[in-house]
Design a protein around this ligand. Structure first.
Ligand code: NAP
Length: 675
């Protein structure tokens, strides 16, 4: 482990705010280039004290204990009790005020001592010390958790890197992999292939990387998962401006990562895959590639990793007359560059996550906004949702070596269970709008928050109160912006139901015609049409969508489908974590599993592997049973979680630990091999 300390250009910063206005840096853990970049600590004692006042303490104490070796910083009386997550997370991991005071005193002293003693960090902290720091933050059996925790921490080295290289295990073999999509998952796949020395090409339908973050450029677009956890394990960034960063920041991060890793030159932009066919004799996939000029060429690959996302193809509702509207039509997932809504009469259809961010961002500028709501969303109280990370915390993240990594780890750990227990179906629970005791507690917590938001508007409160269990659909982060918008005099919440769209506006079911200049459809994506519209033909000429899935997509581990050898999926069926954790965690699990499978093929000199039917079926039965025990599986709601047959085909029902465990090892017994 090598730390590079960078002296800041201007050492005479006067205020904390000035301190954070330094250029963006990437701290790479041990993935990219094998170094961590931090800036030299040169604040006064007093400014250090001010910074620590704004720190996340549990992660800071673990960091300082590791870099100084002083384990009194992580003594048992300072251990965060991490009470179960309800509607919100206990600040500072639930530490008492007394423990927080002591923690701050110790942290300040440790940083000052570190500053004054040359700011060197041990080259390789002993594993026992790292273990102590991990044990301070987490609860449970460390031995059982160790592989997952080491992976997420990646302090000593990049634990997600493939443990093989083509040059070592099959030097004479030529093996090409196609990656479809250059969003978060495609970037992760490309980087891991590059690390393994495997030849690869990435095909991206857009003109830029980013996937959903490139497509969703609507006003107000930002994360709803804490940012440090929603970042690639091998590309850590210490200077996120917010805990829930905005779309431009995330897009810039992904572009930086593609440059940094050197994978950018391997990406074919504006290029779509129309079809792919597996040739059993050759053990290869032939891809029909539609290039930037519209020409169709065929390319052969040994394996394919799909990284197309599930929320990438906009869905328009099936409303009569939808094509007759003469004004401007916008879908949230394909926001035009500058639609100029100022002074316009705008309709927004939908009240999901996208609408929730768009509405408050455009309301001020339009002349009139009508929100058409079918079902209201449940809201998670998040008063600090739009807040910047405090300057002191930002300074610490940039100056205390490894703080960003420990902070990410801490965020990850809190979400390993997260709110998952609050979605559990209790047998015999008899309630119209909750599925169990914990789910009812969550509902009461959310209702109390909503009652506070709408205490002056009981009419609105009645309209925005959901009549289905919380977590049956995606829960949204709320800091009051939605209520503020709905209470504006020129904003209406229409719950009558849409009957028809005409040339000039929207007819509601009560027979009223509402005229508009613009209709914004925030109506979601064709999530269950996974991998559509690519025509995928596997063994014996079977087509994936027509002959295999027929509208009900399934996969083994969400990654492999029997009859489609060497086709690895990321973000596949039943892999969406919808209440706990970050989508990037499952994507990285899928990429690393695929790399293990490819490594096995190469090491054993086989052409292809095909998932057996038995493990596929057993696995899917386990997932289906799990989903039926969750609010989203048990409730009679419709959402992108479920397909048209009513099965929860997108959601992962078990814990993050479970997903880690089943993907951490490649089991050859689950596969047939083609030599
Ligand atoms: P969505 O959650 O599928 O919401 C679609 C909305 O459109 C729902 O309110 C739905 O109502 C409504 N709708 C559909 N057809 C309608 C009709 N005919 N009339 C009236 N309303 C209709 O889509 P989304 O908001 O784009 O979000 C999709 C997912 O993307 C989210 O769940 C989240 O996972 C992700 N996302 C994340 C962020 C973020 O903050 N990071 C932001 C945006 C999206 P019903 O509920 O009645 O079906």
């Amino acid at each position: 482990m090598q730390i590079i300390l960078i002296r800041t250009n201007n050492k005479k910063f006067k205020t904390m705010q000035q301190q954070i206005n330094t250029p963006s840096t990437m701290v790479n853990g041990n993935g990219l280039g094998g170094f961590n970049r931090v800036e030299k600590i040169d604040l006064t004692d007093n400014l250090i004290r001010q910074a620590v006042d704004q720190a996340d303490l549990p992660a800071l104490l673990a960091t300082l204990a590791m870099i100084t070796g002083d384990t009194s910083l992580i003594s048992p009386d300072l251990k965060p009790p991490t009470p179960p997550m309800m509607t919100s997370i206990a600040p500072q991991g639930g530490m008492s005020m007394e423990a927080q005071d002591k923690a701050r005193r110790l942290a300040v002293a440790a940083i000052i001592k570190f500053r004054d003693s040359g700011q060197t960090v041990q080259n390789a902290p002993p594993q026992s010390l790292i273990d102590q720091c991990v044990s301070y933050l987490v609860r449970g059996d460390l031995e059982e958790l160790r592989p997952l925790l080491e992976h997420e921490l990646s302090i000593i080295r990049d634990m997600g890197a493939p443990d093989w290289n083509l040059g070592d295990i099959a030097p004479s073999r030529s093996f090409r992999v196609a990656v479809i999509g250059a969003g978060v998952s495609g970037i992760a796949a490309a980087y891991r292939l590059q690390q393994a020395g495997v030849d690869f090409s990435v095909y991206e339908k857009n003109e830029e990387v980013g996937g959903v973050w490139w497509d969703n450029r609507y006003p107000g677009c930002r994360l709803d998962t804490p940012n440090f956890a929603y970042s690639l394990s091998f590309a850590q960034k210490p200077d996120w401006p917010q805990q829930f960063s905005r779309q431009p920041e995330i897009q810039a991060y992904l572009q930086t990562v593609t440059g940094f890793t050197g994978i950018r030159s391997r990406i074919h932009f504006n290029t779509e895959i129309d079809a792919m066919r597996f040739d059993e004799a050759r053990g290869c996939w032939t891809l029909s590639v539609r290039d930037a000029r519209g020409g169709l060429v065929e390319e052969e690959f040994n394996a394919v990793i799909t990284a197309v996302g599930i929320l990438s193809r906009p869905s328009f509702p099936d409303i009569p007359g939808i094509d007759t509207f003469k004004g401007q039509v916008i879908h949230s997932g394909k926001w035009p560059q500058s639609p100029n809504l100022a002074g316009k009469r705008v309709a927004m259809v939908g009240t999901g996550a996208s609408a929730f961010q768009i509405g408050p961002s455009i309301a001020e500028s339009v002349s009139h906004l009508t929100v058409f709501q079918r079902n209201p969303p449940w809201m998670l109280p998040t008063p600090t949702y739009h807040d910047d990370i405090k300057p002191g915390m930002q300074w610490l993240l940039k100056h205390v070596p490894f703080y960003g990594r420990w902070f990410r780890f801490w965020q990850f750990w809190i979400a390993v269970e997260g709110r998952l227990p609050l979605t559990e179906v209790d047998e015999g629970w008899d309630h119209p709008v909750s599925v169990g005791r914990a789910n009812e507690e969550l509902r009461q917590g959310c209702l109390a928050w909503m009652a506070g938001q709408y205490k002056d508007r009981p009419d609105l409160l009645a309209k925005v109160t959901p009549n289905y269990p919380p977590a049956a659909k995606r829960m949204l982060r709320d800091n009051g912006a939605w209520a503020t918008m709905l209470k504006m005099p020129h904003v209406d919440l229409n719950t009558t139901g849409i009957k028809e769209i005409t040339a000039t506006g929207i007819y509601t079911k009560d027979g009223v015609l509402h005229d508009f200049d613009v209709i914004v459809f925030a109506t979601g994506f064709k999530a269950s049409d996974f991998l559509s519209p690519i025509k995928i033909t596997g063994l014996a000429g079977r087509e994936l969508h027509r002959d295999c899935w027929d509208g009900d997509c399934r996969a083994y581990l969400g990654i492999m489908v029997p009859g489609f050898p060497n086709l690895f999926m990321t973000g596949g069926p039943n892999t969406a974590v919808v209440i706990n954790g970050s989508a990037i965690f499952s994507s990285e699990c899928q990429v690393e599993y695929s790399m293990r499978a490819i490594g096995h093929l190469l090491a054993t000199g086989q052409k292809a592997l095909d998932c057996k039917v038995e493990p596929f079926e057993e696995y899917n039965a386990w997932v289906d049973a799990g989903n039926l025990k969750r609010a989203w599986g048990a409730a009679r709601t419709t959402s992108w979680y479920k397909n048209s047959q009513g099965r929860a085909s997108q959601t992962w029902p078990h814990s993050l630990m479970d997903y880690w465990n089943i993907t951490a090892t490649f089991k050859p017994a689950d596969y047939e091999f083609i030599r």
